[in-house]
Design a protein around this ligand. Structure first.
Ligand code: ATP
Length: 379
């Protein structure tokens, strides 16, 4: 059976008819004065899910997280956790903990004192605290740094202390607001896998806020894409990428070519699209459209082949010239300018060190793609 992307095969509660969501936002609106930061938003998150809120700056991601943590109350609507309405419950009484972007570590305390802080406040016994702190240090591999203060640690180590402190109290839900924002790219990527392992080991529900789509794609079971306080789509990373529900989502996640047009003819799930600039496109993914409908044909660059020779038997074939080339090492992105002036992006994987069909600027080039390579968007 074909599947979209690699999935945790045994974990997809959102597809199980009887499964009950663990966290529910029900028609939640949040206004600050006359500004609406979150607009009538509904969202369900399942127990043990790694859920990402993804969106541009100011779209309301942090506000959602803060309402779940109890630092803000919704203006309208309900937030339920395990069936309980959270309204009026103060942050410290919610089974939820938040890890902030700034980490907010206590500078005068050692690593172990930082981790122990919340446990002490909860009145846990000294021996239990010691045991728990020991477990946490092991979990985040910081045993040898237990006596250091935050300023004696690297950014990545500080991030792990904050994480250990946030999970030390064994919250049911961990909220992470841009948790890796302060780390450089390499460390960020490593830490993403550590976070995923930690979430699996502890069996917690994670809700993460990020504006970094690669981060959301790497870590999350599902992603909610937000825009101006509204949910645009909730789906697995592969669904968001391969089956975006709208032009907004297609354009927001990853690189894509979008050709506006009309459905000229349809036969079952196949259709011919009359695109702007006189382009004709044959697609096999037109089940939900009608003849005459305004659509956008969206296709990712890696699904387009670019070659100097005219390929035989291609479903879709267009001729143009190489307009720009970006060599990224692992792949090369070609911008091919078609006869009608439209520029199409096509990428090719550099699977070998030398290229068999080297294309250069201004070369004639053919782009081709299969009928099932793109999607049709009606919204
Ligand atoms: P970023 O990625 O930049 O953190 P975000 O998606 O997390 O953005 P929020 O912090 O949720 O965005 O803010 C959503 C909108 O609500 C923004 O336009 C912000 O200016 C506004 N906002 C947030 N908190 C308040 C507040 N206390 N008073 C007034 N406006 C606020």
């Amino acid at each position: 059976m074909k599947s979209l992307g690699n999935i945790r095969r045994d974990f997809a509660p959102w597809n199980q008819p009887g499964a009950k969501p663990y966290i529910q936002f029900k028609n939640v609106t949040k206004r600050f004065g006359d500004f609406t930061a979150v607009n009538n938003l509904s969202l369900s998150i399942y127990e043990r899910e790694f859920f990402a809120l993804l969106g541009a700056s100011g779209c309301g991601k942090s506000t959602l997280l803060r309402m779940l943590a109890g630092f803000e109350e919704p203006t309208e609507g309900q937030i339920l956790l395990d069936g309980q309405d959270l309204r009026g419950i103060p942050p410290y009484k919610r089974p939820v903990n938040m890890m902030f972007q700034s980490y907010a570590l206590f500078p005068h305390m050692t690593v172990e004192q930082n981790i122990a802080f919340g446990l002490k406040q909860d009145g846990m016994s000294k021996s239990d605290i010691e045991k728990r702190v020991g477990e946490m240090l092991k979990l985040v591999k910081l045993g040898q740094f237990a006596k250091r203060k935050p300023h004696q640690l690297s950014g990545g180590q500080r991030q792990r202390v904050a994480l250990a402190r946030a999970v030390a109290k064994r919250p049911k839900v961990l909220l992470l607001d841009e948790p890796l924002g302060a780390l450089d790219k390499k460390l960020r990527e490593e830490t993403q896998f550590e976070l995923m392992d930690l979430q699996q080991t502890l069996g917690l529900t994670f809700v993460i806020v990020t504006h970094d789509q690669e981060e959301a794609m790497t870590m999350a079971d599902r992603i909610a894409i937000l825009d101006k306080g509204e949910v645009m789509q909730v789906a697995t990373p592969a669904e968001v990428y391969e089956a975006p529900g709208s032009r907004f989502v297609a354009d927001f996640v990853g690189n894509i070519n979008m050709i506006e047009g009309k459905v000229a003819a349809r036969n079952g799930a196949s259709a011919t699209i009359a695109g702007t600039g006189g382009l004709t496109i044959h697609t096999a993914n037109a089940a939900d459209t009608t003849v005459g409908a305004d659509v956008a044909f969206a296709i990712r660059p890696e699904k387009i082949r670019v070659s100097s020779k005219k390929p035989e038997g291609a479903d879709n074939l267009m001729e143009g010239e190489v307009y720009d080339i970006a060599y990224l090492g692992d792949m090369t992105i070609f911008h091919v300018k078609l006869g009608n002036g439209q520029v199409i992006k096509a990428s090719s994987l550099n699977a070998t060190r030398a290229t068999e069909d080297p294309l250069s600027w201004d070369d004639r080039a053919w782009i081709s793609f299969r009928q099932d390579a793109g999607v049709l968007l009606t919204r």
